[in-house]
Design a protein around this ligand. Structure first.
Ligand code: AMP
Ligand code: GLY
Length: 424
């Protein structure tokens, strides 16, 4: 097969790294890709991941057999529909199913209708009514912009004043543009979070190995939310019993509900879960692989990713073997000073070759090649990943990898995987 991966981050690098090893993959392309991806795939420049028509035209001219869509925005814009319309297979949900991530109001209503456990909520399009509700419910409370906001449209308000300010900034000041015109206000859930991704062909679901992200920017979960500062897998909080519970009470009912609603969901379903005293509850659904969850999940996959993806598209996932390796994986994000706020770009990165030669998996998240040098080009720059016999070994190796790489303004969290280690 000739495979094209859409996207340019660490998640897409991990996807390409894995797909490049597939026996089913004859030739791999990435659009637009990045300097790390260019080591395993041919990068297609000059087309935006949001330009649906151009992507379809490129996929046709490159005679692609399977397109794998990384980010959510092209999914919510209907890229899979357009590719299928042109006779090209694509891994990912269609537009009417990607709405599960694209609209929090939609996903909350679906969960309510089908009794899928999640936090109590109300949706508001009027700021004054929203504020009245918040005053009635009290803090802590969670305010979420309805639409896509790159993981930043969620305020977990500890105080009432913070909640009221969040409503004003989303609904009156337009801090998240159209995404904040309507807001979801949720009950605060107490517990430990975990990410459970699953392959699905619209009928069968196969959960991946559970992982845990670290969303706050600083150690001890302090500072603002980010896209994710590091991950590990497997997450011990997700015991076999809890994985079963997630399968039976969340994943299967959600896929069945989507089908019943005429929105058959195929691809990767990402369930962000909270392990509460009353059992598992959904924090959010994403319509794509997690970033940086993918970076720790795929190195533990014992199976052919291209074959699994194709079986999701062709609706015969139940006939394909999906297994997981023993051991663990840890990913530490190296970010640019200032992230998730403003940060500088263009800083030269040193030590990449040495780290790679020593066996560390270095997924590029925000890098660029300028005159044969690799420089920083994003807030999250590199995802240093290692596997090991257990979380401790994988984590020690990943931080060794980090110590070999230098760029101006680089920072990491120093406590990735602490929850797993504190358990033992
Ligand atoms: P989301 O984008 O919906 O995943 O929210 C981002 C982060 O905010 C989550 O990973 C949680 O840490 C936190 N969060 C979201 N909703 C809730 C909730 N209802 N209760 C507690 N924390 C939440
Ligand atoms: N790591 C969080 C996400 O992919 O949404």
């Amino acid at each position: 097969m000739r495979i094209l991966v859409i996207g340019s981050g660490g998640r897409e690098h991990a996807l390409c790294w894995n797909l490049a090893q597939s026996e089913k993959c004859d030739k791999l392309f990435a659009l637009p890709g990045n300097p790390g991806i260019s080591e395993v795939a041919e990068c297609v420049d000059g087309v935006s991941v949001e330009d649906i028509d151009e992507i379809v035209a490129k996929a046709k001219s490159l005679e692609i057999n399977l397109v794998v869509v990384g980010p959510e925005v092209p999914l919510t814009l209907g890229l899979v529909d357009a590719l299928e319309g042109a006779g090209i297979k694509a891994f990912g949900p269609k537009k009417n199913a990607a709405v599960l991530e694209g609209s929090k109001a939609f996903s909350k209503e679906l969960m309510k209708k089908y009794n899928i456990p999640t936090a109590k909520y109300e949706v508001f399009t009027d700021a004054e009514l929203a504020k009245e509700y918040v005053k009635k419910e009290g803090a802590p409370i969670v305010i979420k912009a309805d639409g896509l906001a790159a993981g930043k449209g969620v305020i977990v308000a500890k105080e009432l004043s913070e909640a009221l300010n969040a409503i004003d900034s989303m609904m009156k000041d337009g801090a998240f543009g159209k995404a904040g015109a309507s807001v979801v206000i949720e009950e605060f859930m107490e517990g430990e979070e975990a990410s459970l991704l699953a392959f699905t062909d619209g009928e069968t679901i196969v959960p991946m190995i559970p992982s845990q992200d670290h969303k706050r920017v600083f150690d001890n979960d302090e500072g603002p939310n980010t896209g994710g500062m590091g991950t590990y897998a497997p997450a011990p909080v997700m015991t076999m019993e809890r994985i079963k519970e997630a399968e039976e009470k969340i994943l299967k009912p959600t896929i069945a509900a989507m089908k019943k609603e005429g929105r058959t969901y195929k691809g990767c379903l990402y369930a962000g879960l909270m392990v509460t005293e009353d059992g598992l509850k959904v924090v959010e659904f994403n319509a794509r692989f997690g970033d940086p969850e993918t970076q720790v999940v795929l190195p533990l996959l014992d199976g052919d990713l291209a074959e699994i993806m194709l079986s999701c598209v062709d609706e015969n996932l139940k006939n394909v073997k999906v297994e997981w390796k023993k051991g663990a994986a840890v990913c530490v994000v190296m970010a640019s000073k200032g992230y998730p706020g403003a940060y500088e770009k263009g800083k030269e990165i040193f030590g990449l070759a040495e780290a790679k030669n020593k066996g560390h998996l270095i997924f590029h998240a925000g890098t660029k090649k300028v005159e044969n040098k690799i420089v920083t080009n994003g807030g999250r720059v590199l995802n240093v990943t290692d596997t090991g016999a257990d979380i401790r070994e994988a984590r020690n190796k990943a931080y060794e990898g980090v110590s070999l790489i230098k760029f101006k303004g680089a920072f990491t969290r120093s406590d990735i995987a602490h929850r797993a280690l504190e358990r033992k």
